[in-house]
Design a protein around this ligand. Structure first.
Ligand SMILES: [Zn+2]
Length: 151
C-alpha cells in the first residue's frame, strides 16, 4: 500500500450502487439481455464503473465487474475497498469475476443490488472461499534480462 495516499474506509453504499446503476444503463447486452452494471471503489477514493459488453462471438463477451477492474488497473489503481454490482434480479458476480477480483483484493466488500432498489452486502471471501492467489504459486524466478536487441 502506498502510504502517501489517503485510505478510504468509510463509504456510502448508496453512492456506489448509484454508480453501478448508471453503468448498467450503458450495458451492451443484445444477446443475453442480462444487463449488468458495476462500480469499484479504489483505496484512493476513485470509483471505476463497468458494464457487460457482449459480442456476437459469445466467449469474447466481458462482464461488468471485469470491465471495472481492467479500467481501474489500467489507470494505476490496484487496491480496492468495495464493489457494487447491479442486475435485474440481484445476481452475484460469476466465478471468473470473483477470481479476477481476488487478484487485487482478498477481503473486498461486495454490494449486490437489484432493479427494485434492494441490495445486500457480502464479501469476496464469502463468495470465493479458500481462493487461489499469487501466494499459492512457487517463488518465481527473476525476470530474464532483456534479450539482445531490446532498447
Ligand atoms: Zn463475470
Amino acid at each position: 500500500m502506498n502510504r502517501n495516499q489517503p485510505t478510504i474506509v468509510d463509504f456510502d453504499p448508496q453512492v456506489l450502487l448509484e454508480h453501478a446503476r448508471e453503468a448498467q444503463d450503458r450495458a451492451y447486452a443484445p444477446y443475453s439481455h442480462y444487463r449488468v452494471g458495476a462500480a469499484l471503489l479504489g483505496r484512493s477514493g476513485r470509483i471505476y464503473t463497468g458494464c457487460n459488453v457482449e459480442n456476437a462471438v459469445y466467449p469474447l463477451s466481458t462482464c461488468a465487474e471485469r470491465t471495472a477492474v481492467v479500467k481501474a488497473v489500467s489507470e494505476g489503481e490496484r487496491e480496492f475497498i468495495a464493489l457494487a454490482v447491479v442486475t435485474e434480479n440481484g445476481g452475484t458476480p460469476c466465478g471468473s469475476c470473483r477470481q479476477t477480483l481476488r487478484e487485487f483484493a482478498e477481503d473486498l466488500i461486495i454490494l449486490i443490488g437489484d432493479a427494485a432498489g434492494r441490495h445486500r452486502q457480502t464479501t469476496l471471501r464469502q463468495l470465493l472461499p479458500e481462493s487461489f492467489s499469487a501466494a499459492d504459486l512457487p517463488s518465481a524466478p527473476p525476470e530474464p534480462s532483456c534479450p539482445a536487441g531490446c532498447p
